[in-house]
Design a protein around this ligand. Structure first.
Ligand code: AMP
Length: 504
């Protein structure tokens, strides 16, 4: 039997001398290097006692060696389990206890803090890997052979476990199969027209599905190259526009780049594609970007559990405020969140998805898995949205962000869109806060442009013209910034905690 995912990449490899990764400090990793380096890593993993089906957990900084570890796991038949670099030792302890990995890899600087945690959780092996590719695991790779017979893996075998960001409740480990990753990479490469001459600006973290599977797997499937930046750096990214072809980013990338005076049509003329996802892109950002660069950002929608589900078209209208069409082979429907009954077009409900991209379940949580799938195999995404008459999918927010005030459903996105359209408003977040009379009180948290002046009463008066009374915020709070996580998502749970006692 073959190795389902790695064979797919192998079959599409370009010449050994072609560039796979270029680093910010000018190092070049070729496709020939990639084969040798991932083989060394697979040999090192086997020598460390990693067996097919074992988990390999890693909390390490972004580097090409991080991807060697990913591909080494795939080749050795292990499940790759990357962890957010922001997690504290206490959080890491939870993940190690839950996943029971055969090996834990961490940054050399964190070894002293993390090794006792790993030992307490009986993880048999702990190794280190630094951003500069030093560490005990790097040493073992250097001593290992550059040939490796890939372990046989079928389409349905687990290639990776990615923990969800867990903004409510415990973080869950989404089990992704070889075919989940292969099919999504294959589809996206075609849909977004990636080819060998593409050069992708990669400034995303690699522990998250966006930077790891969307970006890296597409580049591998296309035999293209990418420029690895440790983080978002607008100056550096603008310089790279001159020799890159594409960029994948979260909305924050686009808003930050828009603040740079160097962002012009001329600067972006060699680029062919800008992709945004992981959080909603403001329609305003889409319009400003198009005006400044001449490019329509292509917005897509996906999640840890499913990889990518929808995308705006490559050719055709990329419509601001929508996430486009279901990808080929992916089915999306809108259902009543309670009954599961299908809803007609243009009606807001729960988005449900089915396809080869959809994960097989949460690690060691059969009950949770069962609760999030319909009997006919559709996964209940937790995202509320609708499909319009042209077939474009719109997301109105997470189901758990829905506000129920006085018995009426209020979709935060609808109120946010009205507030965002007011002069001087940069952005807003609308949340439900416990309220003695209404159950939840609609509450708006608003960021204004520096020079702009708008009072709470003015916002309410303007909204009063446009929205039904039950949707109107009870309070409008002005802040300098909204709290965001690294993927650019507004952390409404943080806001709900912060303003939890507003009406008491
Ligand atoms: P994650 O599992 O961290 O990738 O987060 C997935 C969630 O991010 C989805 O369930 C959506 O709520 C949100 N998301 C991803 N892409 C978009 C998008 N283009 N627009 C709005 N929300 C998005």
């Amino acid at each position: 039997m073959a190795n389902h995912l790695f064979d797919f990449f192998r079959a599409r490899l370009p010449g050994a001398g072609r560039t796979f990764i270029e680093t910010a400090d000018g190092r070049r990793i070729t496709y020939g290097d990639l084969l040798a380096r991932s083989a060394r890593m697979a040999n090192a993993l086997v020598a460390l006692g990693v067996k097919p089906g074992d988990r390999v957990a890693v909390q390490a900084e972004k580097s090409p060696a991080f991807l060697d570890l990913y591909l080494g796991c795939v080749r050795a038949g292990a499940a790759f389990l990357p962890l957010n670099t922001a997690y504290t030792p206490a959080e890491i302890e939870y993940f190690l206890g839950d996943a029971e990995p055969a090996l834990f890899v961490c940054d050399p600087a964190k070894r002293a803090a993390l090794e006792p945690v790993a030992r307490a959780r009986r993880v048999p092996a702990v190794e280190t890997l630094g951003a500069d590719e030093t560490g005990t695991l790097a040493d073992k790779c250097a001593a290992a052979a550059t040939a490796f017979a890939d372990v046989a893996r079928a389409a349905g075998d687990i290639a990776a476990i990615l923990y969800t960001s867990g903004t409510t409740g415990r973080s869950k480990g989404a089990m992704l199969t070889h075919e989940n990753l292969r099919s999504n990479a294959d589809t996206l490469t075609d849909y977004w027209r990636f080819g060998r001459d593409d050069v992708l600006i990669h400034a995303l973290p690699v522990y998250h599905t966006h930077g790891l599977f969307v970006a890296t797997n597409v580049i591998l499937a296309a035999g293209a190259s990418m420029i690895f930046l440790p983080k978002l750096d607008p100056d550096q990214i603008l310089k790279l526009f001159a020799r890159a072809t594409s960029m994948m980013g979260v909305p924050t990338f686009y808003t930050r780049l828009l603040q740079h005076p160097g962002l012009t049509k001329e600067a972006a003329k060699g680029m062919r594609l800008f992709v945004s996802g992981s959080a909603p892109l403001l329609a305003e950002t889409h319009r400003e970007w198009q005006a400044r660069t001449g490019h329509a950002i292509l917005e897509r929608y996906g999640m840890t559990e499913t990889g990518m589900n929808t995308s705006n078209p490559y050719d055709g209208d990329r419509i601001a405020g929508t996430v486009g069409f279901p990808l080929p082979g992916v089915e999306i429907r809108v259902a009543d969140p309670e009954s599961g009954k299908l809803l007609p077009p243009e009606t807001i409900g729960m988005l449900e998805v089915k396809g080869p991209n959809v994960f097989v379940g949460y690690w060691r949580m059969p009950e949770k898995t069962k609760a999030e799938f319909r009997p006919d195999g559709f996964f209940i995404t937790g995202d509320l949205g609708k499909i319009d008459a042209r077939g474009y999918v719109h997301i109105v927010g997470r189901g758990k962000d829905l506000i129920i005030s006085g018995g009426f459903n209020v979709y935060p996105k609808e109120v946010e869109s009205e507030i965002d359209a007011l002069p001087g408003v940069v952005e807003s977040a609308v949340i439900g806060v416990p309220h003695a009379d209404f159950g939840e009180g609609v509450t708006a948290v608003v960021v204004m442009q520096k020079a702009a002046k708008l009072s709470e009463a003015e916002v309410l008066a303007a909204l009063g013209q446009r929205l039904a009374k039950f949707k109107l915020p009870k309070r409008v709070i002005f802040v300098a910034d909204l709290p965001r996580n690294t993927m650019g998502k507004v952390q409404k749970n943080v806001l709900r905690d912060q303003y939890g006692k507003l009406y008491q």
